[in-house]
Design a protein around this ligand. Structure first.
Ligand SMILES: Cc1cc2nc3c(=O)[nH]c(=O)nc-3n(C[C@H](O)[C@H](O)[C@H](O)COP(=O)(O)OP(=O)(O)OC[C@H]3O[C@@H](n4cnc5c(N)ncnc54)[C@H](O)[C@@H]3O)c2cc1C
Length: 429
């Protein structure tokens, strides 16, 4: 007799593993199909996971999880061509358990998560690509992988940002450049004591640094640096449309090379050994570019649905992936109780997401992509801020001017008016 699963999950990243873990925990027969050599092999992140929204969804997962460092120090730098301004924040609440966020390496974390899902009873097949969906009488009834037909009551599409599965099911249209960014990242090995000295950290404490402005040559995006136990994750994220259309024309990998040469960064990565290089697309269109989340016999979770969000000071996708996987599994459990896998029955998934932080965040920040995608934030303000700081700190050979007029000359009425208009954009955040 043909084997039939309760659910087949396409993609063994965080969304897929969260769905499988939750279904297996509830005694369901679930198969995960992952094309990489192992979970984590093909998965890219900047490297920081926020714990508060997901801690309670997976209470047994965290104790032994291979998280890197608790992030206790935050920094944001605005880079002009040759100058930079940095704001550093080290709040008491960041340095206390339960920690708000950790740096993480996906090669380790996803592998661990996959083992935990297997221990709960999930079946995970790696090195296998899903090539097609089986659709019968308008309902998704399984997948075709490695020439085999595999049947299930529900398929959960967790195959990442360019989700072929969601597209095939008619839930997603091909992505537009304006709704996507591309990230390039290196993992640079350094001894833990060097990391702690350079970033002023206690053992196990970690630092997060974000950079904007010249790092992306004034294009929409930014740079990031996270400290791991014995390495740094350094990278850039830049809007694909800006990369394609805006001057100066420069390839994103060249941007990363220039970023590494900046004195603010070069001193931090000095003598480090690059041990990993990766690139990946990120959905950044927000609420208005989410896919349809369910169809007959299918649900979509994680990046496949568009659940990744950049609001400037935070880039978040991992916990949305894990939470949406969790809620997809909950929807399957409810559908199974009623033995109804129609789109109408599976629409409970959207309801669960609407009631959770996931959709609430996406609705709250639905104007973020439009508010942040503004050239002046990445070119004009870094230069203006640098010019003002230079005036403040400069001591000439002759007498120094009063401070107020030196600053005011950078802020004529025209500039203040333009700032006011920009502020109205930021208000939408
Ligand atoms: C450079 C960069 C920096 C980021 N920084 C952060 C950050 O600091 N914090 C944060 O929270 N988020 C960050 N994100 C976003 C975050 O990494 C993603 O939102 C998250 O990885 C999404 O998880 P996922 O499981 O949905 O997708 P993925 O991790 O992409 O997993 C999809 C899986 O599906 C598999 N797959 C695809 N097609 C098939 C197929 N046909 N058959 C079988 N398997 C298939 C893939 O191999 C992959 O394992 C960043 C992303 C990038 C690229």
């Amino acid at each position: 007799m043909e084997e039939r699963f309760d659910a087949i999950v396409v993609g063994g990243g965080l969304a897929g593993l969260a769905a499988a873990y939750t279904l297996a925990e509830n005694g369901k027969e679930v198969l995960v199909i992952e094309r990489g050599d192992y979970s984590g092999a093909k998965n890219v992140t900047g490297g920081r996971i926020y714990m508060n929204p997901i801690r309670d969804l997976f209470p047994d997962l965290w104790k032994k999880a291979p998280l890197e460092r608790a992030i206790t120090h935050e920094e944001v730098s605005i880079l002009d061509k040759t100058r930079s301004i940095t704001v550093r924040y080290s709040g008491e609440e960041l340095a206390q358990e339960p920690y708000q966020s950790y740096s993480v390496l996906r090669g380790r974390f996803d592998r661990y998560f996959a083992k935990r899902a297997e221990r709960k009873g999930a079946m995970i097949v790696t090195k296998t690509r899903v090539d097609d969906l089986i659709i019968e009488k308008g309902k998704v009834d399984g997948v075709i992988a490695a020439g085999d037909e595999l049947r299930a009551d529900v398929v959960i599409a967790c195959d990442g940002v360019l989700s072929f599965t969601a597209e095939k099911a008619g839930l997603r249209k091909p992505g537009k450049p304006k709704d996507h960014a591309v990230g390039f990242k290196e993992v640079i090995e350094l001894d833990s004591d060097i990391i702690e000295n350079r970033f002023n950290l206690e053992a196990n404490q970690g630092a997060a640094r974000l950079y904007m402005g010249e790092v992306t040559q004034g294009k929409f995006g930014g740079g990031f640096l996270y400290t791991n136990k014995e390495s740094l994750s350094l990278g850039i994220v830049v809007g694909i449309q800006a990369l394609m259309e805006e001057e100066p024309r420069i390839a994103a990998p060249d941007m990363l090379d220039l970023f590494k040469q900046r004195p603010e960064v070069a001193c931090l990565i000095k003598d480090g050994q690059t041990v990993e290089y990766s690139a990946h697309v990120i959905p950044e269109g927000g609420y208005n570019s989410l896919t349809k989340l369910y169809g007959n016999g299918i649900l979509v979770a994680g990046d496949a649905a568009g659940f990744s969000m950049n609001i400037g000071v935070t880039v978040r996708g991992m916990e949305y992936a894990m939470a949406s996987g969790y809620y997809a599994a909950q929807a399957v459990l409810q559908a199974q109780n009623r033995q109804d896998y129609s789109a109408a029955a599976l629409s409970v998934y959207e309801q669960l997401l609407n009631d959770s932080f996931v959709m609430k965040d996406f609705k709250t920040f639905q104007n973020a992509p439009e508010a942040l995608d503004h050239k002046r934030f990445f070119t004009h303000y870094p230069k203006l801020a640098g010019d003002i700081m230079q005036e403040l700190y400069y001591v000439p050979a002759g007498p120094k001017q009063r401070i107020y007029p030196s600053i005011k000359k950078h802020l004529p009425f025209k500039e203040l008016w333009a700032m006011l208009k920009d502020f109205r954009k930021v208000k939408k955040l």
